[in-house]
Design a protein around this ligand. Structure first.
Ligand code: KIV
Ligand code: NA
Length: 266
């Protein structure tokens, strides 16, 4: 299969075809999502919560994302793999962002990076895209700023906040971003931003009118404890895995496993 490229996402928007994106952090799940036809796989700093059990994304490092991005890239043939730039790796200057972005492409083979924020990172986005590193933006609730935002809250409510978010989206597009994640934004505002932008919007808790959708795969599959309102559960993988572990435990304890078919002869 041909690799999904950033221009394919813009063409999908022009054709009115919705874009699918999921997080992935390891080879086996990345292969499953790739073969299922998911266009974009995000090696998200949500790994801080989803994999490492931290309360926030803030402790995640460039090395963490590199390690998981390598695994995801190695297991995919079609999906566009986007590596998140973690907290503290890009905000201070365009040069800092460029250094982190180069590592994601050079050392992990990622195809693009994602970073959080609006106008204040526009110059970062411009330097990255002009040096061969495609950038996905991220507006609305940006988890790396949860301490200044005052927790996990819907963003862009009210006229002023809506105008600021729209201007941020336009600034990212003008700086070269190929797509923009809108997280926890009122559905009518997300629809309006989607209409104004030429590049696709990818929603998470941003209503039905974005050009694509993204979810943390554990939330989508029913694994893990936190279940946000916007995460529809398409499976109960937690229950399936729990039942398998209980059955295995029972059979080992009773001696029902292993039998001759699981054993070697002389
Ligand atoms: O890290 C992540 O998983 C994300 C998505 C929720 C957009 O940034
Ligand atoms: Na993220």
């Amino acid at each position: 299969p041909k690799r999904v490229r950033v221009h394919h996402l813009r063409e999908a928007k022009e054709r009115g075809e919705r874009i699918t994106m999921l997080t992935a952090y390891d080879a086996p799940t990345a292969q499953i999502f790739d073969e299922a036809g998911t266009e974009v796989l995000l090696v998200g700093d949500s790994m801080g919560n989803a994999l490492y059990g931290h309360a926030t994304t803030l402790p995640v490092t460039v090395e963490d994302v590199l390690r998981h991005a390598r695994a995801v890239v190695s297991a995919t043939r079609r999906a566009l793999v986007v590596a998140d730039l973690p907290f503290g790796s890009y905000e201070a200057s365009p040069a800092q962002a460029h250094a982190a972005g180069v590592r994601m492409l050079k050392e992990a083979g990622a195809h693009a990076v994602k970073l959080e924020g609006g106008r204040h990172v526009a110059e970062h986005v411009r330097l990255l895209t002009s040096t061969g590193i495609p950038v996905m933006g991220h507006l609305g609730f940006t988890p790396q700023s949860e301490n200044t935002l005052g927790g996990k809250r819907v963003q862009g409510r009210g006229q002023d906040a809506a105008e600021r978010l729209t201007e941020d989206a336009l600034a990212l597009q003008e700086a070269g971003a190929f797509a923009i994640v809108l997280e926890m934004v009122p559905a009518p505002l997300a629809a309006q931003v989607t209409e104004v932008l030429a590049v696709p919007t990818i929603g998470i808790g941003a209503g039905p009118d974005c050009d694509g959708q993204v979810l943390v795969w554990m939330d989508m599959a029913g694994l893990g404890v936190w279940s946000p309102r916007f995460a529809k559960k398409y499976a109960d993988v937690g229950a399936v895995l729990s039942a398998a572990a209980r059955a295995y435990n029972d059979e080992v304890r009773s001696g029902a496993f292993p039998t001759a078919e699981h054993s070697f002869t002389d």
